[in-house]
Design a binder for this molecule. Structure first.
Ligand code: GLY
Length: 581
């Protein structure tokens, strides 16, 4: 393990720094052809007649393009992006987390892969409660006990075994080079690294490449341990992570801080292929993720609920459209809290939740002139800190028309903040996505009940919504986003921006957003990006508002009428990057 910074103190140090810069610059050139220090400026929008990759980091995008250029398909490219993100986007890219992949092949066949983390064998329903039954603050979010059994590596291997075209070893090559040679951190990553130093220090000891004061844009992050772990996965596949050296390092880390994951939990972990959830909205077919995510169910419910109304006539951020969409969201998130959980453990009533008559009935008390009260269904009131979590999304379409939509997460920024000593990656804090106590909100303000109670080997409920859309039977859109509970409403709104409000993709992604999740009973809006006239009318109808800095960070691809692909990264993440080849 080592890390290299650019000091500015005296002549000797400056000379040394120059040598380091030249060396690293050359190393970066070797790492990815054409990429040198400071020369990976993100590109927010791209159009291509061939393939398209949109990711949260330009170096991850380039890893995907490199694999496509070598003859890989969209699944190969997504896997290479995922491994590269574990290196260049450590706050959310991961080996120690989990995710979901939705696939639409060029022939229209679809598939969905669930590699969400699982509760370890010793996890139990009340494990985060004190003797009086109260939630112990921070136990499910910070430190070793917050980590579930990671699923990412098993998922990427399962995806490759079923759909990969290129040799698996090649898919790890860009990530290994970036981890070994190092790369210059972006300003956004440097800010995050600085703000989490005290949490890193609480759970980790030096030497550790992330423990450093005053990170700056351009500082070089070298991750030797991570490179070694990636090589083990490259050489040994699943057993390079879930048994042997890496597994022993994870377990040793767990034991050093009172975590739960054992060798047996790791050995037993399997990713699971699931039937994607599909539904119709006018001429569109929506393909999304079933449980253990709530994302697909909630998205299809929202679309079904608003379809009877003249959204395009009302227009973007009109009082009618916002009121309708917020009222639909209120009802959908109430359902989520009651009925959604890992369907391998809880009988999620999917048919009822997606039944047209049920959803019409659910909207029967919708009053076009007045906000419904969430308190009527037992509301609590609490504040949500929207800035503290990260997840990540990648959208890929290859030259043959295969499309992949992947969302992956450690849950919070840098997960539980525990870095596996020796193995070189952060572990998730996904246990907080369970309902640790019925009715008590998690870090996203989401509440849950029996359906999402903790059980050994169960997957915690997610909001991640990797989605692919067809129009009249053809590939139309690939989209998804980080953002915790706001993921669902953001995917919904960006699709509606295109399908109903006639926006091009850049405008659809970059326009202001709002969010309602039943509890707390308010509409969140992005600061300065919501029509004030609409807001005052909605306040007079009974809605309450809270402003937040940003809501979610979409990465999307749209097929243009001439057949070319438009990829768009969100202005909300300075590092988001869209590129075609
Ligand atoms: N950890 C965020 C989610 O899965 O929804």
């Amino acid at each position: 393990m080592e890390s290299t910074i650019v000091p500015k103190m005296n002549l000797t140090k400056s000379l040394l720094a120059f040598v380091v810069i030249v060396w690293v610059s050359a190393a970066c050139q070797r790492a990815l052809p054409g990429v040198t220090l400071h020369q990976y400026a993100p590109q927010k929008s791209a159009v291509s007649a061939s393939s398209m990759v949109v990711t949260p980091h330009a170096l991850a995008t380039r890893a995907g393009l490199e694999v496509l250029e070598q003859g890989g398909n969209a699944v190969d490219a997504s896997i290479a992006v995922h491994f590269a993100m574990a290196v260049v986007f450590p706050r959310a890219g991961n080996l120690g987390g989990g995710g979901f992949m939705v696939i639409r092949l060029k022939n229209g066949e679809t598939d969905a892969l669930d590699y969400r983390e699982k509760a370890p064998a010793t996890a139990h329903r009340d494990m985060y409660l004190d003797s009086l039954g109260n939630v112990i603050k921070g136990l499910s979010t910070d430190g070793h006990l917050a980590a579930g059994t990671p699923g990412t590596v098993a998922g990427l291997i399962a995806a490759h075994q079923k759909y990969g075209k290129l040799d698996f070893k090649k898919l790890l090559a860009p990530a290994i080079r970036l981890a070994e040679a190092g790369f210059p951190v972006s300003g956004a990553e440097a800010d995050r690294l600085n703000s989490f130093q005290s949490a890193f220090r609480k759970f980790n000891t030096p030497p550790n490449p992330f423990l450093r004061e005053n990170w700056k844009a351009g500082d070089i992050l070298v991750q030797k341990e991570l490179a070694r772990t990636l090589r083990l996965i490259q050489d040994k596949g699943k057993s390079g992570f879930y048994s042997g050296e890496t597994a022993r390092e994870i377990v040793a880390e767990m034991q050093s801080g009172g975590g739960m994951v054992t060798l047996d939990d790791l050995k037993k972990y399997e990713a699971k292929w699931r039937k994607p959830l599909t539904g119709r909205y006018k001429e569109y077919k929506i393909i999304s993720m079933p449980p253990s995510s709530s994302g697909g169910v909630a998205l299809l419910q929202l679309l079904e609920m608003v379809e009877p109304y003249p959204l395009s006539q009302w227009g973007f951020q009109s009082k009618e459209a916002v009121h309708l969409m917020a009222e639909a969201s209120r009802r959908v998130y109430a359902d989520r809290s009651q009925y959604l959980g890992d369907s391998d453990f809880f009988p999620v009533p999917m048919d009822s939740l997606l039944n047209e008559r049920y959803l019409l009935k659910r909207m029967a008390d919708f009053n076009p002139a007045k906000a419904t009260s969430s308190e009527a269904v037992g509301a609590g009131n609490f504040k949500v800190a929207l800035e503290s979590f990260e997840t990540e999304h990648t959208s890929v379409v290859d030259a043959e028309g295969n499309a992949v939509s992947v969302t992956t997460t450690l849950n919070s920024n840098y997960g539980c903040k525990v870095w596996v000593d020796g193995a070189g990656f952060f572990l998730n804090n996904e246990m907080d996505d369970f309902s640790v106590k019925p009715g008590v909100p998690n870090q996203f303000g989401l509440v849950g009940a029996e359906a999402n109670a903790i059980q050994p080997y169960k997957r915690m409920l997610s909001s991640m919504t990797p989605t692919i859309v067809e129009k009249n039977g053809n590939l139309f859109m690939v989209l998804g986003t980080p953002g915790g509970s706001t993921i669902i409403t953001t995917v919904f709104q960006v699709f509606i921006n295109v399908a109903e409000f006639g926006m091009d993709l850049e405008k659809a992604v970059n326009s202001g957003r709002f969010h309602h999740q039943w509890l707390p009973d308010l509409i969140m809006t992005e600061r300065g990006a919501f029509n004030p006239a609409t807001r005052s009318v909605l306040e007079s109808m009974g809605h309450r508002f809270q402003e937040v800095d940003r809501i979610a960070v979409i990465k999307a691809i749209l097929k243009l009428p001439d057949g070319r692909l438009n990829g768009v990264g969100d202005f909300r993440n300075p590092d988001d990057d869209a590129r075609g080849n």
